[in-house]
Design a protein around this ligand. Sequence first.
Ligand SMILES: O=C(O)CCC(=O)C(=O)O
Ligand SMILES: [Fe+2]
Length: 334
Amino acid sequence: MAQTDEPLEPFTVHLLRSLSAATRMLRASPLDCTRVKRSSCIARLTSLHRIERRAPKTLADVGSPADLIDLDRYPIGTVRAGSVAAPLRASLAERGVALLPGFLEPEAVAVFAAETQHLVPRAHREDCSGTPYLGLPEESYPDGHPRRTTVQSVTWVIAYDLIPTDSLVRALYEWDPLKDFLAEVIGRGPLCRFADPLGAVNLTSMVAGDVQGWHYDSTDFVVSIGIQSSRSGGDFECAKAIRSAADENYDAVARVLRGDGAELVEVLPLTPGTLMVFEGRNSLHRVSPVVGDVPRAVALFAYDTRPDTNSSDLLKLVRYGRTEAIAPAPWGAL
Ligand SMILES: O=C(O)CCC(=O)C(=O)O
Ligand SMILES: [Fe+2]
């Protein structure tokens, strides 16, 4: 697979913020590092995430990925899909976001939550800081300038290769009609599933205090599916089109970063079962700090217009704590 840093990068690339931390990790053995993290964290994780160690349902129990979706509202895979995609495409153009509430059937939400809980002991603790521009602070800018301001992102991340081959999250991602429908929503296509064996699907779990700092994405769009909302916080907050290719609009960005640009920010609480398509290249956004004892969980599905786009090793180290994929296992083998 090709390694590339060209425009349509993985949605996760924005997490490549802590160059120095990643460089330190590169010197250590990533796998050892992951192992140490895992063993020392499992007890804490189990209590934080209230894990039930029981294998969730598989595709064999459910039938088809189509059965996970409310097909009355979202007739994906049928001739009516195009008429549903058209207004969503318009919403994406106007608001920078297309929301599909109730996309997953309630039972599917429960299964996705069980799968996430089951896999959380294998999650990597992403903990990095950097500027909203995915870089290190630039000292040539004055104090308080967005290019010199750092934000932190702290999240548990489950990589694609850890998600069992017979999981329902995976089955939905690997179902072609969803990919083709999303291509119609974004108005560009055909889409390919992401070639990154770690980044194609991520399940993330954010516990109390976890946050995704203000940032721009380096990809054209992100697809997220809400699995579990926290008691409070954990909202997706977005300053739509705050910059353009011609104007970085630093004053407004600085206000949002300082917390006094509320009128520029739309707050989208996470709702389980909602699918969201979001264009984050010019819309500053964050996930606000999670509050309370219920973790916020989402599934992130990655696509690209090219078949071979992969993430850099540095990004993988920051996001997953390792660079090499392991062979995915069925639930029974975990
Ligand atoms: O967790 C989310 O809702 C989205 C996180 C995000 O901003 C991203 O993946 O780019
Ligand atoms: Fe983002």
